[in-house]
Design a protein around this ligand. Structure first.
Ligand code: NAD
Ligand code: TYD
Length: 371
């Protein structure tokens, strides 16, 4: 039976990938390893764990004895490596964990997988997919062409630098040891199960609660939004059909500046309240509950240090080589996402207590309103 290890499977993209993998390849054995940091949430996986269709292991990718034991037990033929510290703002205030997990953790995982596949003779048929980010390429000017797989690495945040270091390690293992690895660099994801520290869920939840919508700087920074379902479909295509040793960029083809993204979130929520007036009782502090627009909550705050201006992905290699294309348009995907957060209030309320409150105070407390 084919057997896959998904690292970081309790995170945002990881949970979506576990569900996508079960749907696309129901015969495969799926094992998730996740250290259950603040960013993890296992609730969506519980039905799969309880009915035995996946196995969940609470553990660190940087623990070689654990990873070796898992390889011995399950003879993985695929590794989808998503475990990481992933939030740029946290990497600015506390970079150490990023080096620990993203660099040293990736190194430990590569080492363990290489040793296991050498011993079992699977080096020719196994595949290791390293999931990385477009942030390794640095920042684009407004008229620059989109990042290709051969764009130079110019990371600017500690997060991006740690992911760049991990990409370099994976390439070194490919060239030096014949590691059967592939790398993907994708743009900003959005969709169900995203932690409310990231732009889109943060703005949705703040709007519902009638809190300020804190846009960094002047809001002209551009991201290329990729729906997580398109991303997961592409990851499965790459790990199954991509050429080992290669890198594939994955992008949504949806470049938007932050002002427009936040404005669209506001308009989408306003429309939901018009269509379902009962939402006003659930979220009485939301301006839309009294017929006003959520746009009244928008405020511009002190910028992120070293804030990359623009990311854009040229995903033509993925389309040409693998026929893999993203299909979710941004307006449609964003409306779906707003509905998902409206329908999963318990999920985000559990997260937005405790540690999260301390983070909001740390990251936003010092940011002055700019205008
Ligand atoms: P996330 O922060 O939501 O989830 C990361 C998961 O990794 C969490 O469940 C966490 O508990 C786990 N983890 C952290 N350290 C670990 C360790 N030492 N051992 C085992 N598990 C550990 O992140 P995400 O948004 O799902 O991102 C997944 C991957 O995709 C990351 O590698 C990230 O760099 C990459 N990526 C994300 C985006 C995005 O927009 N979210 C964009 C480009 C690339
Ligand atoms: P984020 O979701 O943190 O992803 P990344 O930094 O990896 O691109 O942020 C997306 C964009 O939104 C980025 O330009 C920073 C901006 N942003 C804000 O303006 N306000 C916020 O409160 C957050 C979290 C992000």
């Amino acid at each position: 039976m084919p057997s896959v290890l998904i690292t970081g499977g309790a995170g945002f993209i990881g949970q979506n990938l576990v569900h996508a993998w079960r749907a696309a390849r129901p015969e495969d054995r799926v094992v998730v390893v996740d250290a259950m940091t603040y960013a993890a949430n296992i609730r969506s996986l519980e039905p799969l764990i309880n009915d035995g269709s996946i196995q969940f292991v609470n553990g660190d990718i940087g623990d070689p004895a654990l990873i070796q034991r898992l390889f011995e037990e399950h003879a993985f033929t695929r590794v989808a490596h998503l475990a990481a510290e992933s939030h740029v703002d946290r990497s600015i205030s506390d970079p150490e964990a990023f080096l620990q997990t993203n660099v040293l953790g990736t190194f430990a995982l590569l080492n363990a997988a290489l040793a296991a596949w050498r011993t079992s003779g699977l080096l020719d048929s196994a595949r290791f997919l390293h999931v990385s980010t477009d942030e390794v390429y640095g920042s684009l000017g407004p008229a620059d062409p989109a990042f290709t797989e051969s764009s130079p690495y110019r990371p600017t945040s500690p997060y991006a630098a740690s992911k760049a270091a991990s990409d370099h390690l994976v390439r070194a293992f490919i060239v030096t040891y014949g590691m059967p690895a592939l790398i993907t660099n994708c743009s900003n994801n959005y969709g169900a199960y995203q932690h409310p520290e990231k732009l889109i869920p943060l703005m949705i939840i703040h709007a519902l609660e009638g809190k300020r919508l804190p846009i960094y700087g002047d809001g002209s920074n551009v991201r290329d939004w990729l729906h997580v379902s398109d991303h997961c479909a592409a990851l499965i295509d790459v790990i199954e059909r991509g050429r080992t040793g290669e890198t594939y960029n994955i992008g949504g083809g949806n470049e938007r500046n932050n002002r427009d993204v936040v404005g669209l979130i506001c308009d989408t929520i306003d429309a939901c309240f018009v269509a379902s007036p009962a939402l006003g009782q659930r979220f009485p502090s939301c301006p839309a509950a009294s017929g006003a627009s959520c746009r009244t909550l928008i405020g511009y705050v002190t910028d992120r240090p070293g804030h990359d201006h623009r990311y854009a992905i040229d995903a033509s290699k993925l389309a040409t080589d693998l026929g893999s294309r993203c299909s979710v348009g941004f307006e449609h995907g964003l409306a779906q996402t707003v509905h998902w957060y409206l329908d999963h209030e318990t999920w985000w309320r559990d997260i937005t207590s405790g540690e999260y409150k301390a983070w909001i105070e740390k990251n936003y407390g010092f940011r002055a309103a700019v205008y």
